[in-house]
Design a protein around this ligand. Structure first.
Ligand SMILES: *Cc1c(COP(=O)(O)O)cnc(C)c1O
Length: 425
């Protein structure tokens, strides 16, 4: 079979089934093109993308400015390794540090790698700055977390499918419930060897769990009180997704003026990935100030591709698009509209119990048991009606379209979603 031959959906699915490792359970739709808020399947049918590659494509599919930066850099210099300097990395580091308000950036590729890097920075800081006894440092993490798929990260996952038979597990983590300040304070009070608290500002993968108002601010204050690093995993929530530049707000200059979390919830370590590249290239980063990032020295961390010139060029363009197109403001506005429209539908619905979220990171909860296939069937029907979404954890459907959506398109999507739900009432 020639590489360029156009496959049918069935052929493409068969190939993955026969030759790919079986680690995903995709909705049966085979995509071959994307532009803005739309993707097209191999038969030319158009869909609204309501997942955005788990918020990697916030800037929309194939954004011309980001793709342009990629092409230009690809024709100039792609990779030098960090054995030598390149003329793009420093530019990007300065741009991103000023953009998010940190002294230093550590460039990596995948989200999980950036989380791993943050864990390493946190531990080294604990031994060398805080003065915890060697090998005794613990990091507090939350139940139902999702931070990636590496062996260390799955060691503290509470998802049995994610970690069963991948032991022995990495030591040094204490799990507490999400959105539980008493649990956090209790661990901080009773342990003297805590190095950090690693948390998602909204638990996206778990089903878009939004914590109580003020939770992040109070958690950060507790961390400060006990000299513990507050580490925000904003791989999914960051970069305009929740209606602000960051869900923790950080150096935020968002439109949301009554934002109660700002600006005190600046993380000690900020973890970014996904939309940092607008979905065109794997780019991730951990950011921190000098007193923390300073613990890393040559040889203590690295990555062959981390900080390569293509990644740098792409990330600068991707971040510029966020500001130029005011995507945080748009996500804030459309998110409110989306939830108000769905809440109106839910008033008289039996099949849908609630909608929750912030900005354009939302989820609906389907009124059925967690192990039922109703949410899956609704997603198949949504697909047939021209909108792609996927259940996350049984009866929850996440809705996270690209942030370049217009109000008219969003209203069209609301009508597709409500019409589809109607058929299941
Ligand atoms: C997706 C995600 C990750 C992992 O990113 P990868 O690029 O898949 O390694 C980590 N944390 C959060 C919150 C995520 O959503």
């Amino acid at each position: 079979m020639a590489i360029l031959e156009q496959l049918t959906s069935q052929q493409a699915i068969e190939l993955e089934k026969n030759y790919g490792s079986n680690t995903y359970h995709p909705l049966p739709v085979v995509l071959s093109r994307g532009e803005g808020v739309y993707v097209w399947d191999v038969d030319g049918k158009r869909y609204y993308d309501f997942l955005s590659a788990y918020s990697a494509v916030n800037q929309g599919h194939c954004h011309p400015k980001i793709v342009g930066a990629l092409i230009k850099q690809a024709q100039t210099l792609t990779l030098t390794s960090r054995a030598f300097y390149n003329d793009m990395l420093g530019k990007y580091e300065k741009y991103a540090c000023e953009y998010f308000g940190f002294d230093k950036l550590l460039p990596m590729n995948s989200g999980a790698e950036a989380v791993e890097a943050a864990i390493k920075i946190c531990r080294k800081w604990a031994y060398e700055v805080k003065g915890i006894k060697e090998n005794a440092a613990k990091i507090i993490v939350c139940n139902k977390n999702f931070h990636g798929r590496t062996t260390t990260i799955v060691s503290f996952s509470s998802d049995n499918v994610a970690n069963k038979n991948f032991g022995p597990y990495a030591d040094g983590f204490i799990n507490i419930d999400y959105n539980d300040l008493d649990a956090l304070e209790n661990v901080l009070k009773t342990h003297s060897n805590i190095a950090g608290f690693l948390v998602e500002p909204i638990q996206g993968e778990a089903g878009v769990y939004v914590p109580d108002e003020g939770y992040l601010m109070k958690a950060k204050a507790l961390c400060k009180q006990y000299n513990v690093l507050f580490i925000a995993d904003e791989v999914q929530t960051g970069i305009a997704r929740t209606g602000r530049l960051l869900a923790t707000c950080g150096n935020c200059t968002c439109a949301n003026k009554d934002c109660s979390e700002a600006p005190d919830v600046k993380p000690d370590i900020l973890i970014l990935g996904k939309a940092l590249s607008g979905g065109v290239y794997p780019v991730s980063a951990a950011l921190a100030n000098n007193n923390i990032m300073g613990v890393l020295t040559p040889g203590t961390h690295g990555s062959t591709f981390g900080g390569n010139p293509m990644a740098a060029a792409v990330a600068i363009a991707a971040l510029e698009v966020i500001k130029e197109e005011k995507l945080a403001e748009n996500a804030d506005k459309l998110g409110k509209l989306f939830r108000s429209k769905l809440n109106k539908y839910i008033e008289t619905s039996n099949i849908c119990k609630l909608v929750r979220g912030k900005g354009l990171l939302n989820a609906i909860v389907i009124n059925d048991t967690e192990d039922s296939d109703t949410a899956w069937n609704i997603c198949l029907a949504l697909r047939d009606n021209g909108l792609l979404a996927k259940p996350t954890h049984g009866n929850i459907i996440r809705f996270a379209p690209p942030l370049v959506m217009t109000e008219e398109q969003l209203l069209d999507c609301v009508s597709i979603i409500t019409k589809t739900l109607q058929a299941f009432e």
